[in-house]
Structure formats: structure tokens, C-alpha cells
Design a protein around this ligand. Structure first.
Ligand SMILES: Cc1cc2nc3c(=O)[nH]c(=O)nc-3n(C[C@H](O)[C@H](O)[C@H](O)COP(=O)(O)OP(=O)(O)OC[C@H]3O[C@@H](n4cnc5c(N)ncnc54)[C@H](O)[C@@H]3O)c2cc1C
Length: 291
């Protein structure tokens, strides 16, 4: 079922979950055990990331298919176009259709970090062009796109970032999932700006439970999100005091408060970046209580 319809049917806020396909096949049984545990959160849907190089797309498709077939979780595979030719995207759409998948997240992606001089950009230069192509092919997919509470690092200004997101949605996206952020004001500014432009699609905030100081440093360096200085100092202090466990605990308390602020402020639900971990996500849901 299309995610937009699932959201409309739901009268209360929801969780959705992001997974990445584990690299090694031996890790898959443990991964699906975590999926089973996370079903306790009653996720509205689960998204499955894909590499931007195109080579791991088949794992994304298989995980998404198994989520639906074996676990009764509505899947949303990610589809990146930065390295793909038009025929590659057409083939992926055909595969999604054949697998009975109803939704996808349309993304540009980033040039692969290990790309050599032989790397060539794909047919579509941005997600807006990808959405246009998907809509031109019919197929009736539910289509989500990415939004950036702190503007995307490549955008020249807040104005251009929001204007571009408006175009991306008007081209045919049903809803937005945001990049991770820690200052809820950034999310509410994005939503207010879109509403002011006459855009009323759901904007689902992406929340990252912090697992360690090293992982949050790596994540921030890759995605360009902001972290409030006070919170970062709290994480450093927790690390000096009690190592990774104390960092996780500090991150958990922050995520719980962030989720409550988002829901109280009118967010339709919460997209949790699970990093394929179950325990921390379940504890967060337990501490937040009823959404
Ligand atoms: C929810 C979510 C899931 C993600 N999943 C994956 C994944 O599975 N795999 C992966 O490789 N990456 C993933 N990413 C990362 C994403 O691929 C990168 O952030 C990438 O740099 C941009 O992709 P995009 O689809 O937002 O690009 P686009 O929408 O094409 O553009 C990104 C930004 O560039 C600017 N821009 C682009 N084109 C124009 C234009 N014509 N005019 C003006 N401004 C423009 C805008 O500021 C825009 O926000 C994800 C990101 C998010 C938020």
C-alpha cells in the first residue's frame, strides 16, 4: 500500500524505520531477528538504503521484498541515480514492480567515495529529474524524497534549498523524509517554509539515536547536519566519564526529548535511523511511551 495512504489512514503519530542491507549474507539471519524485535514498535513502514554506486541495489531489493513477504512490514527501497543510466533506473522500477513493491525513496546520492577516474555521472543530475522520470513511466509508486532541515551542503542558501525541495515535491513526490538533525527548530522552520509555499505533503522527521562519539563524528562529517554545541559537549563529557555506554545513554535521553518535542509540535511520525540496531530503538520507544 502507498505510504501516503497509510499515513492518511492513521489517526495517531507513527514510527517508521530505516535499515541498511548487511554486507555479508551470514549477517542476514541476525538482521531479520532484529526486524522481528523491532516490529514491537508497530512501524508504519521500513525503508532500505542502497549504495550510490549501483552495485548493491540487488540486496536492497531482496531485503525490501523479504520485509514485505516474510515480515508483513511495508517496505520502501531507496533508489539513487547519481551513477545510473536511464535504462538502469527503468530496470530497477521494473524489478520493484515485479516484486510487488508500492513505494520508493527517490534520491540523487553522492558520487561513490572510492570512485576512480573511470566513474561517469548517470543520466539524471538531481532527484527532481529522477522523480520526473519515475512519474513519466507510470507504475503508480508512492514516491518519497529527502529534505534537509539544515540545508543540503551543496545548496547556496536556505532559500534555494527550500525552493528546490518545493520543485522536487511539485514534480511528483508524495512525502518527505528529512536528514537527521538535532535542533528541532530546523525541522519546524522547514515545515513552516513549505506550508508557506502551499506544499502540504507529510514531512517525516529523521531521528538518529547516537551510538558512539566516533559514529556521530563520522556521520556528521558525511551528511553536513548540525549538532548543538551544548549537546556535543555533553556527549564528550559522557564519553570521558563512562565511555560508549554513557554516550549512548546521553544520546537516548536526547532522542526521547527530541521525539516528544517533534510530536507535540505536530510531526506526523518519526523516522528512526536504526543503524540496524534493535535494543536502543526499543528503549527509546519504551521511554517515549505512546506517540
Ligand atoms: C532520508 C534520506 C535517505 C538517504 N538514503 C540514502 C541512500 O540510501 N543511499 C545514498 O547513497 N544516499 C542516501 N542519502 C543521502 C543523499 O543521497 C545525499 O544527501 C545526496 O547528497 C543528495 O541526495 P538528494 O536526493 O537529496 O539530492 P537532490 O534532491 O538532487 O539535491 C540535494 C540538494 O542539492 C541542491 N540541488 C540539487 N539540484 C538542484 C537544482 N537543480 N537547483 C537548486 N538546488 C539543487 C538542493 O539544495 C538539494 O537539497 C539519504 C539522505 C536522506 C535525507
Amino acid at each position: 500500500m502507498k505510504i501516503l495512504d497509510l499515513i492518511r489512514q492513521r489517526s495517531t503519530p507513527f514510527y517508521s524505520l530505516e535499515f541498511f542491507p548487511p554486507k555479508d549474507r551470514e549477517e542476514w539471519p541476525a538482521f531479520f531477528e532484529r526486524v522481528v524485535r523491532l516490529k514491537a514498535m508497530n512501524p508504519l513502514f521500513a525503508s532500505v538504503t542502497c549504495g550510490a554506486g549501483g552495485s548493491v541495489q540487488s540486496n536492497t531489493l531482496e531485503i525490501a521484498t523479504r520485509l514485505k513477504r516474510d515480515h508483513d512490514v511495508e517496505p520502501m527501497p531507496h533508489l539513487t541515480c547519481v551513477s545510473a543510466k536511464e535504462e538502469d533506473i527503468a530496470r530497477s522500477l521494473e524489478e520493484f514492480r515485479n516484486a510487488g513493491l508500492d513505494n520508493l525513496l527517490a534520491l540523487r546520492g553522492d558520487r561513490p567515495r572510492n570512485a576512480g577516474p573511470e566513474w561517469r555521472p548517470g543520466t539524471f543530475s538531481c532527484a527532481e529529474e529522477l522523480v520526473r522520470f519515475i512519474r513519466s513511466r507510470g507504475g503508480n509508486f508512492g514516491v518519497g524524497v529527502a529534505g534537509y532541515p539544515a540545508p543540503h551542503p551543496e545548496s547556496s542558501s536556505f532559500y534555494h534549498d527550500r525552493e528546490y525541495l518545493r520543485r522536487k515535491i511539485e514534480t511528483g513526490a508524495d512525502f518527505v523524509i528529512t536528514q537527521l538533525f538535532f535542533d528541532t527548530r530546523e525541522y519546524f522552520e522547514l515545515v513552516t517554509r513549505l506550508r508557506g509555499m502551499g506544499i502540504d505533503v507529510p514531512v517525516i522527521p529523521g531521528v538518529l539515536p547516537i551510538q558512539s562519539l566516533a559514529s556521530i563524528r563520522r556521520t556528521l562529517s558525511l551528511c553536513g547536519a548540525n549538532i548543538p554545541g551544548k549537546f556535543y559537549l555533553e556527549l564528550e563529557e559522557a564519553h570521558d566519564r563512562g565511555g560508549t555506554e554513557a554516550v549512548k545513554e546521553t544520546g537516548l535521553r536526547f532522542a526521547v526529548a527530541q521525539i516528544r518535542r517533534l510530536i507535540d509540535g505536530g510531526a506526523p511520525g518519526i523516522h528512526l535511523y536504526t543503524l540496524n540496531r534493535a535494543g536502543l530503538c526499543l528503549r527509546i520507544a519504551e521511554e517515549v511511551g505512546r506517540l
